[in-house]
Ligand binder design. Structure first.
Ligand SMILES: Cc1cc2nc3c(=O)[nH]c(=O)nc-3n(C[C@H](O)[C@H](O)[C@H](O)COP(=O)(O)OP(=O)(O)OC[C@H]3O[C@@H](n4cnc5c(N)ncnc54)[C@H](O)[C@@H]3O)c2cc1C
Length: 450
């Protein structure tokens, strides 16, 4: 009998595993996907190789890329950007770690109190969460993002908006600021050169400005795993959990099993008693008991597993309330290099609490071409759908395609582009939910309908 079984080694699970292993509990961490133990042999910076949703090494599917990705029913025109494997979706995340606006918590009465989705406030006070923020910020660690050329240009634009620079961690009004992120600060030659001979640990430490956060961080070359710059959980909390006996007095190393898809949570008298999982390579089932089960399979698989385990859903809210987080890109074309491809994926932002945010986003070439050619604001030179901004330029705004797209991207053009990622505020939408699908079940049970 284990003390704790944690289901899922993504953003959340390893945090629980590390904290509990540090305190001497017997923790088993089960992950459906693979563990990329040697990223520099297993990963590349080729974006299609990394991020193709069906065949990339970052996808929601098994380790063997010849096998198909795991199916989700998405009846609306949509795409669920989640990954399997140790690190989960943090393997390609941007490591930005802003604190939530205090106005989304109960008991808040600041001047911006009415700006938020007040129907769905967190049922506790912001001040109660702050010690946990501080603990995670110290552990990852979270620091003010390293700045480069694209941030400098972005801030020049921000200065024209008439809003202040935000220097505190807590945001309650319109403002702009460097991101707080979980990317180790550049040290030595890092961030100062593109010479690969110098971008080698320990001559270089932290972020080398390679610009490939979305393809998984494996920099600087020769750095040990826990010194890779981006603190995705595969580089931070998982190594800490697996070595807790070595660094924490009284700690006990957590055990990690990958290729282990949990198919059922067992309960007795209303309390979890253990889980059953399936080993993908062999198809074998295993059962293990525990005093506590932590369900951390992400916002699609956790409700799927809950439903498939026949657990209660008395008010119908299991899997409901996924937030809407509409996004679009505004792309500016400059007559000089603004460093689009260099540095952290997103290191600067403007906040408009209750309404949304404008994030600076640096993109590698394929993602940049994708962003230029996906929008619902029409196709430049072909048609406008009335949604695009009107401005002092010729023709409609909107997607760029064909020769114009090629021209924008070639001969260093990619580094003359500056992206602003526009986010609407997150509102809880009861109709956005996960249900068991009527499609045929897979080897892990009924599949989720998103
Ligand atoms: C492009 C992109 C950029 C992002 N950038 C940021 C950012 O800058 N800052 C930020 O805070 N957030 C960012 N996010 C969001 C962030 O990555 C997620 O919110 C976070 O990873 C969610 O953590 P999670 O543990 O809930 O799920 P996940 O990280 O998705 O992990 C779930 C894990 O559970 C495993 N699992 C699922 N079901 C089972 C099962 N039945 N049995 C065993 N294992 C299972 C999965 O394989 C997966 O590894 C970004 C997301 C994307 C897509």
């Amino acid at each position: 009998m284990r003390d704790v079984i944690v289901v899922g080694a993504g953003g959340g699970g390893p945090v629980a595993a590390k904290e509990l292993a540090e305190r001497g509990l017997d923790v088993l961490l089960l992950e459906a996907g693979p563990r990329h133990a040697r990223p520099r042999e297993e990963w590349t910076h080729y974006e299609n190789d990394a991020n193709h949703p069906l065949t990339g090494f970052f996808r929601f599917g098994p380790a063997d890329r010849a096998k198909s990705a795991w199916f989700r029913e998405t009846p609306q025109s949509s795409f669920v950007m989640q990954l399997s494997g140790v690190g989960g979706t943090t393997q390609h995340y941007y490591a930005n770690s802003p604190r939530a606006y205090p106005g989304v918590f109960s008991g808040y009465s600041g001047p911006d109190a009415g700006a938020y989705d007040t129907g769905h406030r967190f049922p506790f006070r912001y001040a109660e969460l702050v010690p946990y923020y501080e603990w995670v910020e110290a552990t990852l660690p979270v620091r003010t993002a390293a700045m480069g050329t694209k941030e400098e240009v972005y801030f020049q634009g921000c200065e024209t908006l008439g809003i202040p620079v935000q220097t505190a961690l807590t945001t309650t009004g319109d403002s702009y600021r460097p991101q707080q992120n979980a990317i180790l600060q550049p040290g030595g030659h890092a961030g100062r050169t593109a010479d690969p001979r110098l971008l080698v640990f320990p001559r270089s430490t932290g972020c080398t400005f390679c610009g490939h956060c979305a393809q998984g961080c494996m920099q600087p070359v020769r750095a040990p795993r826990n010194q890779f710059a981006k603190r995705s959980t595969d580089n931070s909390y998982v190594p800490m959990a697996l070595t807790a006996d070595a660094w924490s007095p009284g700690g006990r190393a957590a055990e990690l099993i990958t290729d282990a898809f949990v198919t059922r949570i067992h309960t007795e008298a209303g309390a979890a008693t253990g889980v059953t999982w399936r080993t993908g390579a062999t198809g074998e089932s295993h059962r293990e008991d525990a005093r506590v089960v932590v369900l951390s399979g992400g916002c699609t698989e956790s409700p799927r597993l809950w439903h498939n385990s026949g657990l209660p859903d008395p008010n119908g809210w299991v899997g409901r309330g996924l937030t809407d987080h509409h996004l679009d890109f505004v792309v500016g074309v400059f007559d000089r290099d603004v460093g689009n491809s260099r540095g952290a994926g997103s290191a600067a932002r403007c906040d408009f609490p209750g309404r949304g945010a404008l994030e600076q986003a640096g993109l590698p070439p394929a993602l940049q071409a994708l962003v230029l050619s996906t929008s619902d604001s029409g196709i430049r030179g072909a048609y406008a759908n009335g949604r695009g901004l009107q401005g002092p330029w010729d023709g409609p705004t909107g997607r760029v395609f064909g020769p114009e797209l090629a021209e924008l991207m070639q001969d260093g053009g990619h580094d003359r582009l500056l992206n602003v990622l526009v986010f609407t505020d997150d509102d809880v939408e009861p109709g956005n939910r996960i249900l068991p699908s009527a499609f045929p079940a897979d080897a892990h049970g009924p599949v989720p309908k998103v």
